[in-house]
Design a protein around this ligand. Structure first.
Ligand SMILES: Nc1ncnc2c1ncn2[C@@H]1O[C@H](COP(=O)(O)OP(=O)(O)OP(=O)(O)O)[C@@H](O)[C@H]1O
Length: 270
């Protein structure tokens, strides 16, 4: 196999079988540094399973994952996080009985290097990093609120904060704006744009909200039955009749065109 370190992430023939069913099936793709790759597909297409494989939550049945040219296939979740890949989850995955600030300090403390036992107090670096992420995510006013008492938007922002507090090179976002209203989606999108534009974070995002996805992603890959159905520029998505048939539907196609046009207007005026 040729290693291509110019790609931040390279996935080759990735397969995850659960019994006879292949949740991902011989999937190959790459992600370049600084790029935003969007991933879509119908329910059960294998999107979250792909994130589980990339983040070391579960090992693949076959195939290879290269990160910065190094083979990380089969490494555990902590090791992968320490190498610079972080993720969020579809459902709430924070420490409900800790404050927002302590959630971020805990993730900074364990996410940056290998630690087997907690310290008696957080180190200075974790404190500083948590304060930076409170600011970046707009959560400063919620610093002392227990995570379990947060409204939906702030809970999503905290989960994003926990993923970015370790300074990942590659951020995997699993349906980060699902269930949010348009104003809340824009709040999250502003954080993602900051990460991409000012922190150099490469992002892979799974999302069903097509107007957001086509406006934000450079490229979009559509999965179906664990395999690649489509890969191309965000604006080209609605032109593929198979993608419209299997995933977008008529209203999704219209939303994806709207998002792509919004991105073009943004580019033209920026
Ligand atoms: N641990 C598991 N054991 C058995 N089957 C699983 C397991 N995890 C996922 N699957 C199956 O793998 C397939 C892909 O699931 P996955 O959650 O990756 O899809 P998805 O594209 O993320 O769907 P959604 O959009 O609904 O989140 C589904 O058929 C699912 O039931």
């Amino acid at each position: 196999m040729t290693h291509s370190p110019q790609h931040l992430l390279e996935v080759r023939g990735l397969t995850k079988a659960y019994g006879a069913m292949k949740a991902t099936n011989d999937l190959s793709f790459h992600v370049d540094r600084g790029e935003v790759l969007g991933i879509g597909g119908p329910n059960g297409a294998g999107k979250t399973t792909l994130f589980d494989l990339l983040s070391g939550v579960t090992p693949p049945t076959a195939g290879r994952i290269l990160f910065e040219g190094a083979d990380i296939t089969g490494l555990g979740a902590s090791a992968i996080c320490h190498l610079g890949i972080s993720r969020t989850f579809q459902l709430n995955a924070v420490f409900n009985s800790q404050t927002v600030a302590d959630n971020l300090k805990t993730c900074a403390y364990f996410g940056s290097e290998k630690r087997l036992v907690p310290g008696l107090s957080y180190d200075r670096r974790s404190e500083i990093r948590a304060a930076e992420v409170l600011d970046l995510t707009g959560l400063t006013d919620y610093a002392d609120v227990m995570a379990g008492a947060l409204p939906v938007l702030q809970l999503k922002l905290l989960m994003i904060g926990c993923a970015i507090v370790s300074h990942p090179k590659l951020l995997l976002l699993d349906e980060p704006v699902g269930g949010l209203n348009p104003a809340e989606i824009e709040t999250c999108a502003a954080v993602f744009r900051q990460l991409r534009d000012f922190h150099g974070t490469t992002i892979v995002v799974i999302e069903h909200v097509m107007s957001f996805m086509t406006a934000f992603a450079d490229r979009i890959m559509i999965l179906h039955h664990g395999a690649k159905l489509h890969e191309g520029a965000a604006g080209s998505l609605a032109d593929n009749p198979e993608v419209v048939d299997v995933f977008l539907g008529v209203s999704g196609a219209a939303d994806s065109r709207k998002g792509a046009q919004a991105e073009e207007v943004g580019n033209a005026t920026s």
